[in-house]
Design a protein around this ligand. Structure first.
Ligand SMILES: Nc1ncnc2c1ncn2[C@@H]1O[C@H](COP(=O)(O)OP(=O)(O)OP(=O)(O)O)[C@@H](O)[C@H]1O
Ligand SMILES: [Mg+2]
Length: 484
């Protein structure tokens, strides 16, 4: 897949010299397949639906032609919508990087921070708006953002933007965006209502499909570990002791993220956490500290599942399986980005086996089973500690009230990370499609589940066998072959 277009160079894509210069400075030597295929189509004026695996450069695939087409004199011309604050900030960074030579400014409209700076950026007539839907609507309601000059619309993570969690907000935004525009939709998973939306809102779109929707990133070594809920923390600690990788751990709820963070901290690890109940300052500090290596582990809800680009992540752990298989593809895609490789471990409790089957069906590949290292001293020590803390907790209670099972279907405003604000500044987590079991009530913490209370941390000695994950660079030149 990655080597599909070896002969294409950035020079041949019709980009301006100053953009080519910016690409050179960024160390982009050769376009990735999605860039090689989508950029000329977009430059020719077509609407584009782009599908390519995680970490393969979709951002530049929409940002470069968008920058080429901007006219700097007439206020907001391009609107990029993304599902989370962190992703919006990251997109802004890329747009600024490639647009630096022509002084392109972005207004980044995200929740959790003051409106003032955003209003000033809008008043300065920044030609690009990058936004999460909730905050953009706030500005539209206040009259501080006008969209009548928008000629370019990008939905990054398009399937997520079109699911129930965002659709009402998106409809209100689209009502104010001129019909006469170029539209681009991008994601590694393009199911759901994307086709329907494209039929109604796009003009004869060209589908650029480098990888089939749901294709897991190359060079991710995936394993599923069948374990009891009560073994998950000990197993996580044992897995963490196997290497020194920066590790991103996904839990199903905010509360479980807090719990796992505390357990790992007690075990002596440097851990940060990110979820929708944290302040924006805390979220930013956690991600930045993780990026810079101050924290080895970042524990997250699905808030961090999409788009986030941290080159150093070598291991993704699904402490709980995601509710929808699309999220599996995005979660494990936080590792093995660009030409790097990485590992993804999924901890599967008995009640999560249905979810595992859904994932295997969606990704069209069986997940290799890993051996739970029950003999490992770290695993045993952690289990012993948890047993001492909560006597009677080792009975392998896998009842349906356990942490990781299939969710109850809930109506809008269900539990989980989604906060149903007026505009649902839902740069939190899951759409309402699947509410989470055992999570907090909207905007509040509920009491921990009995399952949660049974966890306890151990104290492993992290010897850290380094397990380099190949290359690590972003040159997209002949990385190791796909493993599976
Ligand atoms: N042509 C290129 N040469 C070198 N590096 C690149 C190139 N294109 C993108 N990259 C780098 O690859 C990484 C992944 O890119 P990006 O975040 O755009 O991926 P993506 O396809 O949007 O992934 P996701 O589906 O997870 O959002 C980034 O660090 C980016 O800077
Ligand atoms: Mg992306």
């Amino acid at each position: 897949m990655q080597s599909a277009t070896p002969a294409v160079t950035f020079d041949s894509l019709g980009l301006s010299p100053d953009i080519l210069q910016a690409l050179k400075q960024a160390g982009f030597v050769q376009p990735t397949p999605i860039q090689a295929q989508a950029i000329p189509v977009a430059m020719a004026g077509h609407d584009v639906i782009g599908c390519a695996a995680t970490g393969t450069g979709k951002t530049a695939a929409f940002a470069l032609p968008m920058l080429e087409k901007l006219s700097l004199k007439t206020g907001p011309r391009a609107l990029v919508l993304a599902p989370t604050r962190e992703l919006a900030l990251q997109i802004t960074e890329q747009v600024m990087r490639f647009g630096a030579t022509r002084g392109v400014q972005c207004a980044t409209l995200i929740g959790g921070v003051g409106m003032g700076g955003q209003v000033r950026a809008l008043r300065n007539n920044s030609p690009v708006i990058v936004a999460t839907p909730g905050r953009l609507l706030d500005h539209m309601d206040q009259g501080t953002a006008r969209l009548d000059g928008i000629a370019w619309l990008v939905l990054d993570e398009a399937d997520r933007m079109l699911d129930m969690g965002f659709k009402p907000q998106l409809d209100r935004i689209l009502a104010k965006v001129p019909k006469q525009r170029q539209t681009m939709l991008f994601s590694a998973t393009l199911g759901g209502d994307v086709e329907k939306f494209a039929r109604g809102q796009l003009k004869q779109p060209v589908k650029v499909e480098v990888a089939r929707s749901g294709t897991v990133a190359m060079r991710v070594e995936q394993k599923a570990y069948m374990a009891a809920q009560t073994e998950k923390t000990a197993l996580l600690q044992a897995l963490l002791s196997e290497d020194d990788n920066s590790t991103l751990v996904f839990t199903r709820t905010k509360r479980r993220a807090d719990k796992v963070t505390a357990q790992l901290e007690r075990a002596g690890l440097k851990v940060a956490r990110i979820h929708a109940d944290r302040s924006q300052a805390q979220r930013a500090a956690a991600l930045e500290g993780f990026r810079q290596g101050r924290f080895r582990v970042l524990v997250a809800t699905d808030i961090a599942a999409r788009g986030i680009d941290v080159a150093e992540i070598g291991h993704v752990v699904n402490y709980d399986l995601p509710h929808v298989p699309e999220d599996y593809v995005h979660r494990v895609g936080r590792t093995a980005r660009a030409s790097a490789s990485g590992r993804a471990s999924s901890l599967v409790a008995p009640e999560e086996q249905g979810l595992l089957k859904d994932i295997e069906r969606f990704t069209r590949a069986p997940l290799a089973r890993g051996l739970v290292p029950r003999e490992s001293p770290i695993f045993q020590a952690a289990m012993k500690k948890s047993a001492a803390k909560e006597p009677g907790s080792q009975g392998g209670h896998h009842g349906k009230h356990g942490g990781g099972g299939r969710p109850h279907h809930q109506k809008q405003g269900g539990a989980g990370d989604h906060k149903p604000h007026r505009h649902g500044d839902s740069d939190g987590g899951r759409p309402q499609r699947h509410g989470a079991t055992g999570g907090g009530t909207p905007g509040r913490h509920s009491a921990p589940s009995s399952q949660d209370r049974r966890y306890a941390g151990g104290k492993p000695s992290h010897k850290g066998k380094p397990q380099g994950h190949g290359g690590g660079g972003t040159a997209f030149k002949g990385g190791p072959k796909r493993r599976r």
